[in-house]
Design a binder for this molecule. Structure first.
Ligand code: OOB
Length: 545
């Protein structure tokens, strides 16, 4: 049963054998690994440029150089006792070393756990402890924050964390280049059906759950995405969003681009000024954006002094892209738009290059695979007809069957027969395209960054003057949604301002995007009949500044 039947060595439920056989027979799972993929590309076209890191000084990696670098780091990691199945928390911004480290870990079958640069001590300590990570990879400083100090604190709290590798000045830790070693021969790599990495879920209850993806399933999603988006050796893809996110990594993302023999260019910050300069200088043909960035690009492009004429295609997804905004995109940028509705758990939907213009602006696409099973159901899991909104359930060759080490949660998040309950409310059109109508899960989608309200509520509750709190999403013109914390103070508690609550949350060491954007003080929180806070009624409360 889901959540109980763990495959030995994977710590997570996997596809039943009859499904695995079907996916292999259909040619979806071809026995490739991510590490092997780079090896093959490097053999086929060693001198092509795979990767460009333009800042602060332009560095490039040919396919051969990236492959060799991955081998050297893999050898060094292995020499330090990091091996198959071990977890390594990787928290790097968009720098070339991020790609090197990923491939080095893929090669030895160690599992990167993809933290975001914005994560702070609360999240990192949790990831390290929960995954029993043996190593943690960080930049020295990023966006004004010293990650080495954070690493030292986490190391003190997490005895199993043996190594901290630093890109840049190592402080008291190990500089990443020092970790490299001369490869002494082939290393025992992972099997294609084994796990490749752990990705973070958006989360609804407390901390992010971990998403176990296999080489077989992920490489299939890359191949499918590459075909749909027309990625080829001439593609020059700008990685604008954090490279560790599933969307810019694999839909089709920098991994899809490497799969197809193209060039991935890393953008250090997502602002249009930086990105536009790179589009011009690097002759970028493709990129992926969340809706708030797509809005900024739409506003900035007509007046920019930069030549954006190399751009052929931009993918927009991660949060709902309004029809009105989508209509303005192609005229403003002079390139094609694909909408993407995906999830790190698996299923990815794309509008297609041969869809008519109306479909591209009014839907969020259709699945990659003919074997992506889509069900749209009512509150009692009964299928509803096309055109009616309902809960999206999905199962398929690259959608997980369960989170990592979370049997209790898996029983709620998956049906008995293995469908993932996405928590999204969708409507299916007669053409099989999905339109995202809303969300049933308790989550805030802040411009593509997912926030689990419960995680923030738990932090706010730690304030001695707070009696109760509920965090909900409120509409925002720019971000789509932002977060609002309704706070009930303890009787007799001294005066507290919104800024005090925000500072308290920030000082607890959590990612800045999770700090409530707005705080309102109320006397009491509305309750449902069974005594739970009614988020529905809170969301309907009018007038927020
Ligand atoms: C992507 O992945 P996650 O795991 O950060 O978030 C998944 C959730 C979905 O369940 C849905 O609630 C929301 O993000 N979402 C969208 C959307 N794309 C994602 N909601 C409305 N419209 C869209 N176009 O966000 C992700 C992963 C791979 C590719 C693209 C996005």
């Amino acid at each position: 049963m889901n959540g109980d039947a763990l495959t030995p060595g994977t710590d997570a439920p996997t596809w039943p054998p009859e499904f695995a056989e079907r996916y292999r027979a259909a040619g979806y799972w071809r026995g490739e690994t991510l590490g092997g993929m780079l090896r093959e590309r490097a053999a086929a076209h060693p001198d092509r440029i795979a990767l460009v890191d333009p800042a602060p000084r332009r560095r490039t990696w040919t396919y051969r150089a990236l492959d060799e670098r991955a081998d050297r780091l893999a050898a060094g990691f292995a020499a330090r006792g990091i091996g198959r199945g071990d977890r390594v928390v990787v928290q790097l911004p968009n720098v070339g070393e991020f790609v090197e480290v990923c491939f080095a870990l893929y090669r030895i079958g160690a599992l990167p756990v993809f933290a975001l640069p914005a994560h702070r001590e609360t999240e990192i300590a949790h990831f390290c402890a929960f995954t029993e990570a043996v190593a943690y990879v960080v930049p020295d400083r990023h966006a004004g924050f010293d990650h080495r100090e954070l690493a030292s604190r986490v190391r003190e709290r997490t005895p199993g964390l043996r190594e901290v590798f630093v890109v840049g000045e190592p402080g008291g830790h190990t500089a990443l280049p020092e970790a490299a070693a001369e490869p002494g021969g082939p290393l025992p790599g992972p099997e294609p059906h084994e796990l490749a990495f752990l990705q973070l879920s958006g989360g609804t209850t407390g901390m992010s759950k971990l998403i176990p993806r296999t080489h077989d399933d992920y490489v299939y999603s890359l191949r499918g995405s590459v075909g749909i988006c027309g990625v080829d050796a001439g593609t020059r893809f700008l990685v604008v969003l954090p490279a560790a996110h599933n969307f810019p990594a694999s839909s089709p993302g920098w991994l899809g681009v490497l799969y197809a023999g193209g060039t991935a260019v890393l953008c250090p910050t997502p602002d249009p000024a930086t990105a536009f300069a790179l589009v011009e200088r690097e002759r970028i043909t493709m990129t992926a954006l969340v809706p708030p960035l797509a809005l900024l690009w739409t506003e900035a492009a007509p007046a920019t002094g930069h030549d954006l004429s190399s751009l052929e295609l931009v993918l927009v997804g991660g949060a709902k892209y309004s029809e009105a905004a989508a209509r303005r995109f192609e005229p403003a940028l002079g390139c094609r738009l694909i909408q993407v509705f995906g999830m790190a758990e698996g299923l990815v939907n794309y509008t297609r290059l041969d869809d008519d213009a109306e479909t591209v602006v009014t839907t969020q696409g259709r699945p990659i695979s003919p074997d992506d099973e889509i069900r749209v159901v009512d509150d009692h899991d009964r299928d509803v007809p096309d055109g009616t909104a309902g809960h999206l359930l999905t199962r398929g060759p690259y959608t997980i069957r369960g989170y990592w080490r979370a049997p209790g949660h898996n029983r709620r998040a998956f049906t008995e027969d293995g469908f993932y309950r996405t928590g999204d409310i969708v409507r299916r059109t007669p053409s099989g395209h999905l339109v995202v109508e809303g969300r049933a899960k308790d989550q805030i989608n802040r411009g593509g960054e997912k926030i689990a309200p419960e995680e923030v509520e738990n932090v706010v509750l730690g304030h001695p003057a707070v009696h109760d709190v509920s965090v909900v999403a409120v509409p925002d013109d720019h971000l789509g949604e932002r977060s609002l914390a309704y706070v009930v103070l303890r009787a007799g508690a001294g005066p507290l301002r919104a800024a005090d609550v925000k500072r308290f949350v920030r000082e607890r060491g959590i990612a800045a995007y999770k700090v409530p954007d707005l705080v309102e003080f109320v006397d009491v929180l509305p309750r449902t009949g069974v005594g739970k806070v009614s988020k529905q009624r809170l969301r309907a409360t009018p007038a927020h500044p």
